[in-house]
Design a binder for this molecule. Sequence first.
Ligand code: APR
Length: 273
Amino acid sequence: MYDPSTMAQAARLLRTAREVVVFTGAGVSAESGIPTFRDDQGFWREFPPEQFASWRGLVQTALWRPRRLAEFVYAVVGPIAAAQPNAAHRAIAAMEQDVAVTVVTQNIDGLHQQAGSTIVREIHGSLFEVVSQQGKFLHLLSRRELLHMAKKLNRAREAWFPLAHTLATVRPLLGVGRRGIHRPKIVLFGDAMAEPAWSLAQEECRQCDLMIQVGCSGVVWPAAGLPLEAQAQGAKLITIDPHEGGGDVWLPGPAGVILPALVESAFGRRMEG
Ligand code: APR
């Protein structure tokens, strides 16, 4: 875990910052019960990205291994539907009381907004936003609707015809309707980044004087380039991650412990861990 002098250095950077970008990956939601992608129990270990991380791969899996697709859809929707913001999300939201904060997230789980963050750029999209095939906004799903869907998907996995049950269950999220195909606004491998979030995020990362990177492996581009763009403009970089760090200050440890301690150390604001 971190040592007090490192925390004090990070707190000084946060306390004196003018504009902060908090850049988050799957690690910030790990303590909300949503698996990360590349950790030992990571999502891609169970569902190899070449089969599941592109629309083409998903269609092929649906045709050749329908039950695996049903298991995949449940594995994505279930944890996100059941998740609640954790202490890390709440600490990031609380920062807004003391400094200008923009959240740039690779996550599609909506937990930053639910925790109270007001400026959130979802650069890989959102599982709650449904768009047309051309990407035109159609409607938002509530977490309650997603939870109801997850319960039915849990049964679909065991059904005689898992694909038929799965497609019928996810129809509000993914399917063919009066206006053609509709799908969740999520960015899979090979897709363009979500707009206008991506353009706004790039600009805000160039403007900030402090970036706090939380729970990102930094291996997926172009998102992984954002910390470099911020540093190239002179921003300081704090990384929060139990396994790997970098930048000007690395605070090793889980986000749900580190971020409340950082906000308390920087602003004297008591945060529950
Ligand atoms: N607190 C903070 N960090 C954590 C925690 C935790 N409790 N648990 C794990 N981590 C760290 C891991 O050490 C790792 O560095 O979170 C990071 C998660 O990395 P990935 O699983 O690769 O997730 P992410 O970086 O968000 O992946 C980026 O890849 O597959 C695509 O679209 C997907 O948005 C995703 C992108």
